[in-house]
Design a protein around this ligand. Structure first.
Ligand code: HEC
Ligand code: HEC
Ligand code: HEC
Ligand code: HEC
Ligand code: HEC
Ligand code: HEC
Ligand code: HEC
Ligand code: HEC
Ligand code: HEC
Ligand code: HEC
Length: 311
């Protein structure tokens, strides 16, 4: 519902609806924050908060309000900060929702307008709500034309380990701005593991790497099962986001016998030449279609067959 920036009409109706809901239903909820507070209107706020009025005035929220001919000065501030009478009467006693804790207890006013957004459908069961991370931890309202979260910086401020991974030699281009956290995760909440924007990790990967989905005549079972058995998601010290170096990676699953990858050819002991199974691209020198192959395979002369992912 909040997806289109051009559809001001429904937004405006929602804005009004939200405000009405806030007025009618929001009061008991807000009563905890401000015991007996009632609405005083934004003009009162302006008396002491000119600076915030100006930053709010530039924001999408104020503009959405104005687009329906409304005047934010008579309705805006308290839609988020809650009724302000006790705050005003006590000359600025912090008896008002201030968002400084960035907690979910402060998010109720935001939700009164936004909880119908499909993006927020699973908010209350998401990892952030459950860990008391509220809307204002990611969204800035004052001074930002669009209140969108500043990625990846805002995420990195708490998820230091992901920042660390994203700076490794091989990484998804998150810091380069080509993919965002939001492309792969719904930060508000999702049913999938890791709040991914897909039912499974593989389904997510196929969104952007469709060529890896196949179908292949000759499948490599771990690929379909879990891309994560060979790739990390955010970053890795090994090329191509691999979880370990080839041949070690392959040898986690494939036996050494029959097709060994010792440094030197086994036939030549310590005096032989370097094995082509170990140097350069190692196993990938020959097994180049590691995600699956559609090349024909002749059982009588199978050495170069697709079955072995050599073409
Ligand atoms: C009579 C002056 C006055 C009026 C009117 C007033 N405020 Fe304040 N407000 C203050 C003062 C003083 C502070 C404390 C500032 C500080 O500590 O730096 C404050 C702080 C705040 C804070 C931050 C609270 C905190 O804990 O830091 C918010 C949010 C706020 N006001 C919102 C509003 C809103 C919304 C209105 C209108 C309903 C309003 N104020 C009306 C004087 C006023
Ligand atoms: C759409 C929600 C929303 C509206 C409407 C809104 N604010 Fe805020 N306000 C916030 C949030 C969130 C913060 C926390 C800081 C931030 O995100 O910029 C905040 C912070 C503040 C603060 C304390 C922090 C500071 O900047 O010193 C004051 C004072 C304040 N608002 C006053 C106002 C006034 C006055 C209005 C009306 C002109 C208003 N706000 C309208 C959401 C809102
Ligand atoms: C009175 C209702 C109301 C309240 C309260 C409210 N919003 Fe909004 N919000 C809107 C409207 C209307 C829009 C404009 C939607 C559009 O442009 O499609 C909007 C837009 C947004 C957007 C941008 C959406 C987009 O598609 O780019 C974000 C993010 C947002 N609000 C977050 C918040 C947060 C966080 C709070 C609490 C601090 C909050 N809102 C409080 C009504 C509200
Ligand atoms: C963990 C960080 C985080 C928290 C917490 C968070 N958001 Fe968001 N939100 C985001 C990101 C990231 C986006 C996508 C921004 C973009 O489009 O790049 C977003 C987008 C939105 C949008 C636009 C969605 C759309 O339909 O396109 C709205 C509205 C919104 N948030 C409201 C909220 C409200 C209300 C809360 C609190 C109940 C909240 N958010 C809490 C990070 C967060
Ligand atoms: C204020 C701190 C904070 C910010 C900012 C923040 N997060 Fe989180 N996030 C948490 C906490 C706390 C958890 C729950 C504990 C954990 O899993 O580490 C969490 C969990 C998550 C999870 C794991 C969900 C799961 O089911 O395992 C994802 C994904 C996530 N956050 C993404 C994001 C994204 C994307 C952003 C930026 C848009 C962001 N976070 C911003 C604190 C934050
Ligand atoms: C290309 C897709 C992609 C991008 C971009 C991405 N992630 Fe992830 N993320 C994943 C996958 C896949 C998982 C693993 C989910 C699972 O197996 O539970 C994951 C897991 C997580 C987790 C869960 C705990 C952990 O450490 O594994 C957090 C927190 C997280 N991501 C945060 C972020 C943040 C913050 C960003 C942006 C800086 C981000 N992610 C960008 C795909 C992505
Ligand atoms: C939102 C789109 C998107 C999703 C989803 C996504 N990727 Fe990527 N991936 C990219 C982009 C963009 C690149 C960089 C491509 C380039 O630079 O040419 C990339 C690069 C890669 C690379 C090569 C990295 C390197 O160092 O060259 C691997 C491996 C990879 N992704 C695996 C995965 C896996 C596994 C998943 C699922 C967990 C996944 N991707 C999900 C967009 C995505
Ligand atoms: C058995 C281990 C393994 C599994 C499982 C696996 N990969 Fe890979 N992947 C590799 C190796 C090895 C490379 C490097 C290939 C090369 O250098 O020729 C690679 C490279 C890539 C690349 C970058 C180069 C290219 O071919 O585009 C992407 C993207 C990629 N994999 C995506 C995926 C996705 C998506 C999945 C799950 C559907 C997946 N991989 C599962 C081993 C694996
Ligand atoms: C997570 C475990 C796993 C990893 C890691 C892995 N494989 Fe496999 N691979 C398998 C399984 C399971 C099969 C199917 C075996 C079967 O059908 O008998 C297979 C089949 C193959 C086959 C076809 C041979 C046959 O007998 O069907 C080749 C060739 C192969 N893998 C090469 C590699 C190479 C090279 C790497 C490293 C880049 C690698 N594999 C990494 C599990 C793995
Ligand atoms: C010089 C090319 C070459 C290199 C390097 C190579 N292979 Fe192979 N591999 C083949 C060929 C050709 C076949 C099919 C005929 C055969 O069985 O020898 C094969 C077959 C296989 C098979 C299936 C049959 C079997 O022996 O179980 C697996 C598994 C395999 N290779 C894994 C690996 C791994 C792991 C590496 C790296 C340590 C590797 N290969 C390096 C060419 C190579």
């Amino acid at each position: 519902m909040y997806q289109s920036e051009t559809s001001n009409r429904p937004s405006a109706i929602l804005l009004l609806a939200g405000l009405t809901i806030l007025l009618l239903l929001g009061m008991p909820i807000l009563a905890t924050a401000a015991e007996t507070a009632s609405l005083v209107g934004s003009e009162r706020c302006l008396e002491c908060h000119e600076q915030q009025a100006e930053t709010y005035n530039n924001s999408l929220h104020a503009q959405a309000w104005k687009s329906i001919g409304g005047n934010y000065t008579n309705s805006g501030c308290e839609s988020c900060h809650g009724p302000g009478s006790t705050h005003v009467d006590s000359n600025g006693k912090p008896d008002i929702i201030n968002f400084s804790g960035k907690q979910i207890s402060e998010s109720s006013t935001c939700l009164s307008c936004h909880e119908t957004s499909p993006e927020l459908a699973l908010w209350s069961m998401g990892a952030h709500a459950r860990n008391d991370v509220g809307c204002a931890a990611c969204h800035t309202i004052h001074g930002e034309v669009q209140p969108v979260a500043n990625q990846p910086e805002v995420c990195f401020s708490c998820h230091r380990d992901i920042k660390f991974d994203s700076n490794k030699q091989s990484h998804h281009p998150i810091i380069e701005g080509k993919v965002s956290c939001n492309d792969c995760h719904n930060p508000h909440g999702a049913l999938s593991e890791g709040q991914l924007r897909a039912n499974s990790k593989n389904e997510l990967c196929y969104h952007c790497h469709a060529d890896k989905r196949g179908p292949f005549l000759w499948e490599h079972p771990p690929v379909e099962e879990d891309c994560g058995s060979c790739h990390s998601s955010h970053g890795s010290r090994h090329n191509n986001l691999l979880t370990s170096k080839v041949p070690n990676l392959c040898q986690d699953c494939h036996d050494w016998n029959r097709h060994p990858s010792t440094t030197l050819d086994s036939s030549s002991n310590f005096s032989g030449t370097a094995s082509n199974r170990f140097i350069a691209r190692s196993c990938l020198n020959c097994h180049g279609t590691i995600h699956g192959s559609n090349a024909p395979h002749n059982p009588d002369n199978g050495y170069n067959g697709g079955h072995y992912f050599v073409r």
